[in-house]
Write a protein that binds this ligand. Structure first.
Ligand code: GLY
Length: 362
């Protein structure tokens, strides 16, 4: 299934397909003849299959710890060493870390080289690969530096999900749940059943029903996110900011727990529970909506209690929240679930204190 979008004048197509594409197909879609592939150690074998000997491959270390400037420099040095010209193609093969680093490197290489992504995780498919955000962590702050640089083609091969570990499924599913809050479908029984049907993949391994269910949910997430990003590609308005539901609390938790110690989705799930609580407190989120969000997250095994057990360093949490505040002159911004969607909340001068209380800090 193809989904075509235009983000700020740039065409971007997402392909949800059964099988991983080979380089010939990517060359033909991208109208390119030379490429480098950036992957991590996990996806290196897959990158080898995709390349079939037709491209140089650079593997980054695995995980969030590799989402740093050193990785960007390694990629740029390697690509320059390979002699890739301005007409060369960067292909990211992996999850959000690989696509963020490779995307950033492509966006600055010779002032912008062509980019394709083969997204191999549920999180990448449901969120990270689509919409053009690239970047890396700096000064212990997540995504401190980055660019907007949409990939022209994004491949979402379902066969990659078959070997994805449960923790990765859990991480990606949180972003899917976020999308169902944004379009209000979480409050329909049918959607909740479809989410809960992915439970086997969260604990043991995905069966065929999980793969089919994930394909439908990824399709939904891609449509919802793509429509939002088309309206506000550079997050200059409030529209794209809605995709940050659960992220103000979640990013602060990720930073405070030590980047990489919690998965992004685990932190976002906890952040969504907090955002719903904050929304209730501020009269934006109906109590029943907050309860549904909390119940679905709990049923799927996410940590929703406050304080989060990994939140040992309360000062670091408040520091990360304060950094989020600095990003907008108007003060700290959250996204709160409302009737059938969400809206941006600016709790004003007391926002930081209130957020600390909602996070369960003493
Ligand atoms: N992950 C949120 C966004 O792409 O805007």
């Amino acid at each position: 299934m193809n989904h075509d979008f235009t983000f700020g004048g740039h065409k971007s197509s997402a392909h949800i397909e059964a099988k991983t594409p080979r380089l010939g197909r990517i060359f033909s879609d991208m109208e390119a003849e030379r490429a480098v592939i950036v992957c991590d150690r996990n996806t290196a074998p897959l990158a080898g299959e995709i390349a079939g000997g037709g491209a140089e491959i650079f593997a980054l270390p695995d995980g969030e710890a590799a989402k740093n400037w050193q990785s960007v420099e390694t990629v740029l040095r390697a690509v320059a060493g390979a002699g890739l010209g301005k007409d060369g193609l960067f292909v990211a093969v992996g999850g959000g870390v690989v696509s963020d680093i490779c995307g950033f490197a492509a966006s600055v290489y010779k002032r912008g080289a062509a980019l394709a992504i083969v997204s191999t995780t549920l999180l990448g498919m449901a969120d990270a690969a689509l919409g053009g955000k690239t970047g890396f962590d700096l000064f212990d702050i997540k995504n401190f530096a980055g660019t907007f640089y949409p990939a022209r083609h994004i491949y979402m091969p379902l066969d990659a999900l078959r070997t994805l570990p449960p923790r990765e499924w859990r991480s990606g599913l949180a972003e899917i749940i976020k999308t169902t809050v944004l379009d209000g479908s979480l409050y329909e029984n049918e959607t909740r059943k479809r989410l809960l049907a992915l439970s086997p993949a969260l604990s043991v391994a995905p069966d065929d029903a999980c793969i089919d269910g994930a394909a439908a949910l990824v399709g939904m997430a891609v449509r919802v996110k793509g429509d939002i990003v088309q309206k506000d590609p550079l997050e200059t308005g409030d529209e794209r900011a809605l995709l940050n539901l659960g992220h103000t609390f979640g990013h602060a938790l990720e930073s405070a727990a030590g980047l990489g110690s919690l998965s992004h989705g685990e932190a976002v799930a906890w952040g969504m529970a907090r955002a719903a609580e904050l929304g209730v407190k501020l009269g934006i989120t109906p109590q029943a909506r907050a309860e549904t969000i909390h119940d679905v997250l709990t049923e799927l095994g996410y940590e929703t209690r406050a304080p989060h057990p990994a939140l040992a360093d309360q000062e670091a949490f408040m520091w990360a929240l304060a950094d989020a505040k600095k990003k907008k002159a108007a003060g700290l911004r959250f996204v709160g679930p409302c009737g059938n969607g969400a809206r941006v909340i600016t709790p004003g001068l007391d926002g930081l204190k209130l957020a600390g209380e909602i996070a369960g800090l003493s």
